[in-house]
Write a protein that binds this ligand. Structure first.
Ligand code: ADP
Ligand code: MG
Length: 693
């Protein structure tokens, strides 16, 4: 149960005075539905309003707070012209300028003859002192509240700064004093305030460096958040380790038979990954392992060998892919590799005909099917495995891993191997999985040549098309990726359609087009034509990111490469360079190139190492964007910024380890405080595991 002192933070925003249903919606978009969410909405900037000169002495261009007397209102001659309010003090006059003014409102807040305090940017325009749209207009006796550093909050359309600031001030009144959950010696050494003081300080910056991630208040809050994250992971993990699993060994017969039949030998990292998996499975506890490797690094064989351990031990295995196409592709890869083993491999997707489906389900339920390949249909109701022991989840480029693992952490004693083609930066790994077991496929299978990556101005399009024509004449196949246009899906399609038409003029019916809005059957059949070689050029939106294997394709053209993120570019480039032939990747860009876009393209030219690229991606974009956090199942952070606070992450990690290793921690005073911390950061799912073990 949530600790009582936290109650006021977990009430809906509408409990705050002045936030009705209309604003509540906007606030929810901006920060979230609860009072706590507003508390986490930290300022991004600060405006110093303490400068309070006389009109005659004010420095132009500076934010100033002026105490003045209103002389007269001068409405504009037409709607277009600004409304002016002339004010003065003993040193001179200043004009307050308003566009699209509401005269009755202005007359009310700026009554002629009265004194007021105004604050805003002071300017000189043709020697005339002016202030356009003052940020604040208050009565003289309220000037004290103005003369300060004003926090500036990120906004959303429809919510003005003042409204947001006021609501946050109100929300902060609900901030309770909570027991200290950090080690007092550590807090003192760092000179950190308590949690509640840190939060209040973060909202009341005393100078511009106080809104930086390195400020004491923000560090403290970030540390709290990272500690909650690491603690939650370790608690869940400890509980998962306690749940017993099977010890799977197998006699190695199927594995060696497959290895002999392979036309290649395993790379070193493949062999290592297989060995690590064998060791995991042999242990009586459950396996939760992540297999990371770039597209084309050969994860499928590793998965097969892992599944065969279960089969040798008389159990079943399942391989789940994120899409139909990929499930089918896995199935088609595995069938020839397993044909001589005398075991049954079945395919289950959401689209099977009723009769086939019945047969497949029967094979799975009776245990006759040793390996089942499929989409998430595999884990739906009505699918009963008689003895499932190993589940392999091919995530490709999605990040639902965390949730899946949590799911697995609850369920049956199935050993789980998750495969991902997205190299995850080390810091993100730690926050998403803690110290989860991982195997990384570092080298490419032998015989692969590096992809020749070039960047070209889109103005040289006709040269590119000429080059492509020559390549196609000599038998090459090419992908041509068109950009995602942000404004709308329609213009997006227009761009692909247009490129398709231009390329048709050159390549005739040897060009195909696929995009996200096609029916999947239609998409599949075009992909199949490309795979079979009857299409030479495949024009596509990013659908090909989720990977179909066409080893013969050696050319990748990416239009408007400057609009894609680094890992997207990397994933797309991974579609070529899979066979033995030299491949090229042409990144077409449109000028002007921003600094980040320029750097991205440069990195693409410099390296093909997915892990290096993922680290650079994190540096250039920040964690939230790399992961597209909210939908992704990766943890999202309120305060912590993984590109800025990674030193704190390391400390939080060892702190959490010490806490969890000490078995009696939950009964201590600090333990109770730490539980409050978990609730505060909404990591309370973990709390359930504390005692259940
Ligand atoms: P991933 O799933 O990691 O993208 P795949 O498992 O589909 O990669 O492997 C890509 C290609 O590389 C496949 O055609 C596969 O047969 C081949 N391959 C896998 N391992 C090796 C190896 N050790 N040596 C040569 N080719 C390999
Ligand atoms: Mg694969």
């Amino acid at each position: 149960m949530r600790p009582e002192p936290l109650y006021p933070l977990f009430v809906p925003l509408t409990n705050l005075p002045g936030i009705g249903p209309r604003f509540a919606k906007l606030f929810e978009q901006l920060a979230g539905p609860k009072v706590l969410d507003l508390c986490w909405h930290l300022p991004i900037n600060v405006i110093d309003r303490r400068y309070s000169p006389k009109i005659g002495e004010a420095e132009p261009g500076r934010v100033a707070t002026l105490l003045v007397r209103v002389c007269e209102h001068r409405p504009g001659a037409s709607r277009r012209q600004p409304y002016k309010v002339v004010c003065e003090d003993e040193t001179g006059r200043v004009e307050l300028i308003f566009f699209h003014a509401r005269p009755d409102y202005l007359e009310r807040i700026l009554p002629a003859g009265k004194e007021v305090a105004v604050s805003g940017r002071f300017e000189l325009f043709n020697h005339q002192a002016q202030m356009t749209h003052p940020d604040h207009v208050v009565k003289p006796d309220e000037v004290g509240q103005l003369l300060r550093l004003e926090p500036i909050y990120p906004l959303t359309a429809g919510l003005p700064q003042k409204t947001v600031a006021k609501a946050i001030r109100m929300a902060l009144r609900h901030v309770p004093v909570l027991p200290e959950w950090l080690d007092p010696v550590f807090v003192q050494k760092r000179n950190w305030p308590s949690w509640s003081d840190a939060l209040l300080q973060a909202h009341n910056p005393a100078n511009s460096s106080d809104v930086e991630p390195g400020s004491c208040a923000r560090q403290r809050l970030a540390y709290d958040e990272l500690l909650a994250n690491q603690l939650a992971l370790l608690i869940v993990r400890k509980a998962a380790r306690r749940t017993p699993g099977k010890s799977l060994k197998g006699d190695g017969s199927l594995r060696s038979s497959v290895k002999e039949a392979l036309p290649f030998s395993l790379t070193r990292s493949q062999a290592e990954a297989v060995m690590e998996i064998e060791q995991d499975l042999a242990k009586p506890s459950r396996m939760l392992r992540l297999l990371q490797g770039d597209v084309g690094s050969g994860k499928t064989v590793v998965a097969l060998l892992a599944m065969l351990i279960a089969v040798e031990a008389g159990q079943q295995a399942a391989l789940m892919a994120p899409t139909e196409i990929l499930a089918r592709q896995h199935y088609e890869t595995l069938r020839p590799l397993t044909a001589h083993l005398g075991i049954e491999v079945v395919l289950l997707t959401g689209k099977d005909k009723a009769k086939d489906r019945r047969q497949t389900l029967e094979a799975i339920a009776s245990g006759r099917a040793a390996i089942a390949v499929g989409t998430h249909a595999l884990f739906q109701d009505g699918v009963d495995f008689s003895k499932l022991a190993v589940a392999v989840i091919d995530e490709q480029h999605r990040f639902g891993v965390h949730q899946r693992l949590m799911l697995a952490g609850k369920g049956k004693d199935v050993d789980v191997l998750v495969m991902t083609a997205t190299p995850i930066p080390r810091t993100l790994m730690l926050t998403a999985y803690g110290d989860m077991d991982t195997s990384r496929l570092l080298e490419k299978p032998a015989g692969r040549k590096p992809v020749d990556t070039r960047t070209l101005d889109i103005e040289r399009l006709s040269e590119v098309v000429d080059g492509l024509r020559r390549a196609v004449e000599s038998g090459a196949q090419a992908y041509w990726v068109c950009p995602l246009v942000e404004e709308s899906e329609t213009s997006d399609l227009a761009a692909v359609d247009q490129r398709y038409e231009t390329l048709r003029k050159v390549f005739g019916d040897r060009v195909g087009l696929v995009h996200g809005r096609m029916k999947s059957a239609e998409k599949d059949s075009i992909m199949a034509d490309f795979k079979a070689g009857s299409l030479a050029v495949l024009v596509a939106t990013t659908v090909i990111e989720v990977g179909v294997d066409v080893p013969n394709a050696t050319v990748m053209v990416i239009e408007h490469a400057e609009r894609f993120g680094l890992s997207q570019l990397h994933q797309m480039r991974g579609r070529v360079g899979r066979g033995g032939d030299q491949s090229v990747c042409l990144l077409l860009y449109q000028k002007p190139l921003g600094e980040t876009a320029h750097r991205r393209l440069e990195i693409m030219r410099e390296t093909e190492d997915g892990f290096v690229i993922s680290e650079e991606d994190l540096r250039l974009r920040g964690a939230g964007e790399v992961l597209g956090t909210r939908q992704s199942g990766m943890p999202s952070f309120r305060v912590a910024d993984l590109t800025q606070h990674d030193d704190l992450l390391a400390i939080a990690r060892s702190d959490a380890k010490l806490i969890v290793e000490n078995d009696s921690w939950m009964d201590s005073k600090r333990g109770a405080a730490l539980r409050t911390l978990l609730y505060l950061f909404e990591r309370d799912a973990a709390v359930r595991y504390i005692r259940s073990g």
